[in-house]
Design a protein around this ligand. Structure first.
Ligand SMILES: [Mn+2]
Length: 371
């Protein structure tokens, strides 16, 4: 029955290693194919950056189905995929999917269970008459390839250069939002497409909010300022946090807290190597902060995996059960937050290597005084 859609094959490919891994994970969980619906996994598997497409990974091939708006883009970006054009009602996405499923005798189709709305799921189920199985694909992007690491290093270089720049231009009297804009212009100038998430610029009392997104608050002369931001470069995220003091006259308790967070961060970072439980990395940071009397003021996890998404597997917190492996990229970012006073967080991105780790972000971590 290939005739049904072979005239709609705009270009043919061979499966890439990422799709082979995807089908392997699906097979292990009991599915013979994977319907990929998330933008991030579609990009990861095929390279497609458009907003509308359907990706199907089978044991024989990887398919991307697009309409006329995206056909040229798909042919240019998806070298490893069979690119199918859905251009009329007969050759609708659902009909094309059904045809592939019939041709390859697929009985159980897997889908990303954390990426489909109930409504979308109901639609697929009513149109495609096979058994559906929810999959956990966290493992898919866990280990970065050399190619991905090179891109992520560049994303990290961009935030390093940007934070270095911001320290030379930030002044009391600026609003946090103004600093946000300066950061944005700089990362764009350096080649990034966008921020990885809404930038946190939390000064003075706002530093007590771990996720204090830049506001119209004016940065005061003696504030501590926490900046947490990331750049998306070639589809991959970086994530960097630095806290600094606007002047020597900044609060003494915050200076003391800075030293504690720095010790927690560097100690946790030094412990990162293959075979170590991620919760152990969290414990190292948490124990140092707790021993200093601030355990109640550090309530978030110590870090997270990083890649196509700003937060992905593994998690580095008290409950996580994962183990660090060579090729993972994770953040290490303990912090202390005191209501009505302020806060400190220090964050780096690290690559787990064969016998330890290397920092992708290399910005200095000694407490800096702007003036
Ligand atoms: Mn982070």
């Amino acid at each position: 029955m290939i005739w049904f859609y072979n005239k709609y094959i705009e270009s043919g490919g061979h499966m890439n290693i990422k799709s082979k891994k995807c089908i392997e994970i699906a097979n292990r969980q009991g599915a013979q194919a994977v319907l990929v619906t998330s933008t991030h996994n579609k990009f990861y598997l095929t390279g497609f950056t458009g907003t509308t497409s359907t990706v199907l990974i089978t044991s024989k091939n990887q398919y991307i189905l697009v309409d006329f708006r995206y056909i040229d883009q798909a042919k240019n970006q998806c070298f490893d995929s069979v690119v199918l054009l859905s251009d009329d009602a007969e050759h609708s996405v659902m009909n094309l999917l059904n045809q592939i499923i019939a041709d390859e005798d697929i009985q159980i189709i897997g889908f990303e269970k954390d990426q489909l709305t109930v409504d979308e799921f109901d639609t697929y189920k009513s149109m495609i008459k096979v058994e559906f199985l929810g999959l956990n694909l966290n493992e898919l992007r866990l280990i970065k390839s050399l190619e991905e690491i090179v891109i992520m290093q560049k994303a990290a270089d961009i935030v390093d250069e940007t934070i270095e720049y911001i320290i030379t231009v930030i002044k009391p009297g600026m609003t946090e939002s103004e600093v946000d804009l300066l950061l944005y212009n700089k990362i764009r100038t350096l080649g990034a497409k966008s921020f990885s998430f809404n930038t946190i610029v939390a000064s003075g009392w706002r530093g007590a909010m771990p996720h204090g997104v830049a506001s119209d608050k004016i940065i005061e002369e003696n504030d501590f300022v926490t900046i947490d931001f990331g750049a998306v470069y070639n589809g991959y995220c970086s994530d960097l946090t630095r806290t600094f003091a606007m002047s020597q006259k900044a609060d003494d308790q915050l200076k003391e807290i800075y030293a504690i967070v720095l010790k927690a961060q560097t100690s946790a970072l030094q412990a990162c190597r293959p075979g170590v439980f991620t919760r152990e990395i969290d414990k190292i940071a948490r124990d140092i902060i707790t021993a200093a009397g601030y355990g109640d003021y550090f309530k978030h996890g110590t870090g997270h995996g990083l890649g196509v998404l700003i937060h992905e597997a593994p998690r580095l917190n008290q409950l996580s059960t994962e183990v660090l492996m060579e090729g993972m990229v994770v953040t290490v970012e303990p912090g202390i937050y005191i209501p009505n006073l302020g806060g400190v967080r220090i964050e780096d991105d690290v690559l787990i290597t064969k016998d330890g780790c290397i920092r992708l972000t290399k910005s200095d971590k000694q407490l800096k005084y702007i003036r």
